[in-house]
Design a protein around this ligand. Structure first.
Ligand SMILES: [Zn+2]
Length: 124
């Protein structure tokens, strides 16, 4: 593991968790709103949250602090499936079987990436 990022598929597999666990680990504040839906907030507001990128909810991140979780098996957002420029590898059904429900990767959180933009806003 380098800076919390897995380097092998085995490391990736052991660091992936269920969606609920990933949300809890990264954002902490989740609320069940019925019918299997969960509401998540970060930095004090649900409005900070952004979901999805490709098809379906394959990524969630906070606009404010940059905390992020992503579906490691989603070709749209996973940094683990990009093999070279222009080529993306698509997970096999075997990969899906092996990961089961635990396909969510909690992106290692480093201190504010948005610092400079925040400063810019303050100065504007
Ligand atoms: Zn946040």
């Amino acid at each position: 593991m380098k800076d919390g990022w897995p380097e092998t598929i085995e490391e990736l597999k052991s660091s992936c968790v269920t969606l609920r666990d990933a949300l809890t680990a990264q954002f902490g504040d989740i609320r069940d709103v019925g019918d299997g839906y969960m509401k998540v907030s970060c930095c004090g507001s649900e409005d900070n949250m952004v979901y999805g990128q490709g098809i379906g909810p394959d990524r969630a991140h906070c606009k404010k602090c940059g905390r992020e979780i992503l579906d490691a098996l989603s070709p749209f957002v996973s940094p683990f499936l990009r093999v070279s420029s222009g080529a993306v590898c698509v997970p096999s059904s075997k990969a899906f079987e092996e990961f089961g429900e635990k396909t969510w990767f909690v992106v290692p959180y480093k201190q504010p990436i948005h610092k400079s933009s925040e400063t810019a806003e303050t100065l504007a």
